[in-house]
Design a protein around this ligand. Structure first.
Ligand code: 5GP
Ligand code: MG
Ligand code: MG
Length: 186
């Protein structure tokens, strides 16, 4: 079996922050908490494309609750490593979320700009509840007003790739979370 671990692209990385095993263990812990918090209620997982594909996939397989999933695609970064501050919906939800228990699943929160936009947009559609989970969170996000209920890992303020996170569409299939070596993007 071939798969992409940090060792396969090691010269592009400066540091592995979390291995695939550590990520899987953390996702399993969060799944237990989410199952308990939503006991008896159906959950609509709203994954934010493309970065959240891995976490949505792993999270729902670790959960016991009834879950449906839907996706939104939002542009914020393009192919650079800095948030542009410009947020645009590229793909909207396929379902009506009014009266639903919505759990938004994000790959990473950096400035929180994307998420703030998403929350005000989704709130206006009158879900029964709206909570946020992110797999990774950078320090800037701590200044956000928006409460993030479930956080996988707080990470340093460095540009990371892997576990769904890309640089110029590459490295999403890296199973670990790693800091991209600056020589790759400078
Ligand atoms: P924010 O709006 O919170 O600044 O950024 C949110 C989006 O920017 C994330 O969903 C992700 O797509 C991208 N992003 C932020 N930080 C990183 C990072 O360190 N690595 C990668 N690959 N994407 C990031
Ligand atoms: Mg995202
Ligand atoms: Mg990206």
């Amino acid at each position: 079996m071939t798969r992409v671990d940090a060792a396969d692209v090691i010269s592009d990385l400066s540091e592995v922050l979390y291995t695939s095993d550590q990520i899987a263990a953390r996702v399993a812990e969060l799944a237990v908490r989410i199952d308990a918090d939503y006991a008896g209620r159906d959950i609509l997982l709203v994954g934010v494309l493309n970065g959240a594909i891995m976490v949505v996939s792993d999270l729902q397989r670790a959960m016991k609750s009834h879950v449906e999933m839907d996706w939104m695609a939002i542009s914020s970064y393009g192919s650079g490593t800095q948030s542009s501050g410009v947020v645009r919906i590229l793909k909207d939800l396929g379902v009506d979320i009014e009266g639903r228990h919505v759990l938004v699943v994000e790959d990473i929160i950096d400035t929180g700009l994307t998420l703030s936009y998403l929350i005000s947009n989704l709130t206006s559609r009158k879900p029964a509840s709206l909570e946020i989970m992110t797999m990774f969170r950078k320090p800037g996000a701590l200044r956000m007003e928006v409460p993030v209920k479930y956080v996988g890992f707080d990470i340093p303020n460095k540009f990371v790739v892997g576990y769904g996170l890309d640089y110029a569409s590459r490295y999403r299939n890296l199973r670990d979370l790693a800091v991209l070596a600056p020589h790759v993007y400078s």
